[in-house]
Design a protein around this ligand. Sequence first.
Ligand SMILES: [Zn+2]
Length: 412
Amino acid sequence: MRRRSDCRLCGSRQLERVMSLGTTPLANAFVPASERDKPQEQFPLDVWICRDCAHVQLRDVVDPELLFRRYVYVSGTSPVFVDHFRRYAQAMQQLLRLPPGAQVLEIGSNDGTLLRFFKDAGLQVLGIDPARDIASAATAAGIPTRPEFFTRALAEQLRTEGWRPSLILANNVFAHADDLHEILDGVTRLLAPEGVFVFEVSYLLDVCEKALFDTIYHEHLSYHTVKPLVGLFARHGMELIDAIRVEPHGGSLRGIAKRQGGRLPKQARVEQLIAQETQLGLHAPEAYRKLFADIQQRRKELTALLQDLKRQGKRIAGFGAPAKATTLMFHFGLGPQTLEYIVDDSPLKQGLFSPGHHLPVVGSSYLYDGHRPDYAVILAWNFADSIIAKHDAYTRSGGRFIVPLPKVEVRP
Ligand SMILES: [Zn+2]
């Protein structure tokens, strides 16, 4: 791990800390039974704002080899995301009207779910993704994918191989990458003269509005608002021409950029979103201090509730083990003293143990058999409604759910 001394976007050293979430293990570092007794390394989780460009970010950078080479998240496994990518590809086709054979490149292409829609439309596609297993599976499934990080050097090499994509896509990469300048240098070297660069990131405005503080973890180095991004693109001879709010992950931003002077017009939405951000105070430290204070209040309420239930001898489990549960559990003190195990519907996580606390992850049958908890704390709380609806047999048998955020609630 290393700690940056400057702003990832503008290089300023005027960084101010706005949240300190203690230390946590890596959010996705679930371990097998054989490693259950080994302590895991923890890293500081502090959030900073740049006083010059207003970019919100982590300064502590965990080695990307550690985070992304053995990445397990596969987007094609979630029907919600497949549908999102289908509509995403349609929107790009409507905007750009790419002719058959035009080139589309995606940075951080994961299993190729998005690129497949472009391929099916007759375009020539290429994925870049450092997760070796996912990249080779995507290639085998017909979406050629290079198992690499996207760098200037790789962009140069692709150019010599004849790549001049009309569209370069990057989803979540702008949150994950430490060196955004390297990525944009590569993009500007590679992009066709009238081409566009399109990216999606989690939108900090949604994080604040919906109290999604648990999306703060080490994979997410940047928490984007529109205003600092305008400056970032300008530094690379590009222009942000559109900024659209879209829904996956509880609230994202889709940005569209082109070379300065190209044919596509700039949409009014860019300035409108900047005005909205300004109104909410998102370009200054106070908004984040207030969010942090609200989170601390929820933490107090939840802790008091759980301590009371424990005193009554109630059995308590966690429900849902997404990456963000790690931040929630560590910051809210939800460890083995409180939770017996974590229920998760994904077979990929069942049989593993949660990062740091090493709570067993089990299937949802535990809600119904001899293990049944009296209370299940919903760690994937932004999906609380659908989880409660799906497991109404648990609540009908007397079990109850606890929703920790945006306010602490016992349901039903
Ligand atoms: Zn800055």
